[in-house]
Ligand binder design. Structure first.
Ligand SMILES: Cc1ncc(COP(=O)(O)O)c(C=O)c1O
Length: 385
């Protein structure tokens, strides 16, 4: 099997699953219980929080455990909007966000919020000038995706942070779900107030994640109840999942430099070979893009048929992002980058992890070429050729 859909989800590391199983079996107590079994679970939870905080060089109290990226983004955006609505009701984000940001913003419109979606250039990058112009007296939040999940474009997060320093009342949120382990974002240097992480995107388990909330930044909880997670997210914590999350983050960060090198080489080689195939247009920009995502279109071919043809060869890729691949709509990100509708409607995403190897490349290219020939033959027959 060649698994190339790592932006949808990654295969958990064996050590991560081992940690989960051990904790779930042995330390099953509720961390809020006062007795010893609860105390053991609380100790593990607190150790995991501290480990994550140390890896990111933040404070343990700034790590709020969640169920993943969608919850983190919703908590960041709606939690900020509800907390600071008396200051203003204007939010700035980009036109290439994950739906867990854009749909959360759309929902806020029903409560009277106004949303500005910043445009991007043909590489998928926002401009600081456009951001500066969009800021108003009543702007309470700027939310920017770090690495776009469809094409891999990286936004200038640090430069935006520097610009926003001049507006201390604006909360700065970054969706770092696709960036962790593939980039070197420093939360402090980038002056972030809120930052979203999802465990299953870095070889942790589904249903685990965390939101960084800078000390002093207040957000309203979306789940009310027992006051867990510093009053920001109620509910009995998934202790085993969060221990496994901390382990996945440690392994990811320890190997980050090596992974970036390995993926960059692999990505470069894949793009070089794909670009040589007639009819393929690569959308992922050469500069300002993460090392693990390659997005391309094949002129006139149906992407879902292409994905299935590759699957017959035991190779797994995706059309656009996993969450929008079911609705058959053209990629919002590609349209925002000015890619013609027909190509935005036929894009394929290859996404890598450290588990992929250069040796897989010949099989991939061979499968891509033969899928294209097969589809062109069918099209030829249908056209009476
Ligand atoms: C950039 C980005 N943000 C948020 C999410 C949502 O994360 P989760 O699947 O953990 O809810 C995803 C998932 O694809 C993503 O790619």
């Amino acid at each position: 099997m060649i698994y190339l859909d790592n932006s949808a989800t990654t295969k958990p590391f064996d050590e991560v699953i081992d940690s989960y199983t051990k904790v779930a079996k042995t330390y099953f107590g509720n961390p809020s219980s006062l007795h010893g079994i609860g105390g053991q679970a609380e100790k593990l939870l607190s150790q995991s929080r501290t480990q994550i905080a140390n890896l990111l060089r933040v404070k343990p109290q700034e790590v709020i455990f969640t169920s993943g990226g969608s919850e983190g983004n919703n908590l960041a955006i709606k939690g900020t909007a509800l907390q600071y609505q008396n200051r203003g009701k204007h939010i700035i984000t980009t036109s290439i966000e994950h739906p867990s940001v854009s749909e959360a913003c759309e929902q806020l419109k029903e409560l009277g919020f106004e949303i500005t979606y910043l445009p991007v250039d043909d590489n998928g990058v926002v401009s600081l000038e456009n951001l500066k112009e969009a800021i108003r007296e009543d702007t309470i939040m700027v939310s920017i995706i770090h690495v776009n999940n469809e094409v891999g474009t990286v936004q200038p997060i640090e430069e935006i942070g520097k610009l926003l320093e001049k507006f201390p009342k604006i909360i700065y949120h970054v969706d770092h779900v696709q960036g962790i382990g593939k980039t070197t974002l420093d939360l402090d240097k980038a002056k972030l107030d809120l930052c979203t992480f999802s465990g299953h995107k870095f070889n942790g388990l589904k249903g685990t994640g965390f939101l960084f909330v800078r000390h002093g930044v207040r957000i309203k909880p979306l789940i009310s109840g027992g006051g867990q997670e510093m009053q920001k997210r109620a509910g009995t914590e998934n202790v085993a999942g969060f221990v496994a999350l901390a382990k996945a983050l440690r392994l990811t960060i320890e190997n980050r430099d090596e992974t970036i090198k390995q993926l960059s080489k692999l990505k470069g080689a894949i793009i070089e070979r794909l670009s040589m195939i007639s009819g393929i247009r690569v959308h992922t920009p050469v500069r300002n893009s993460a090392p693990h995502i390659i997005n391309f279109s094949i002129n006139g071919l149906k992407p879902e048929v292409f994905v299935h043809l590759l699957e017959e060869r035991d190779i797994f890729v995706s059309t656009t992002s996993a969450c929008s691949s079911q609705n058959n709509e053209p990629s919002k990100t590609l349209l925002a980058m000015g890619v013609p509708h027909v190509l935005a409607n036929s894009s394929i995403r290859i996404s890598l992890s450290s588990q992929n190897k250069l040796e897989e490349l010949p099989n991939l290219i061979d499968a891509v070429e033969s899928a294209i020939h097969q589809l062109q033959n069918v099209m030829g027959e249908n056209n009476g050729i």
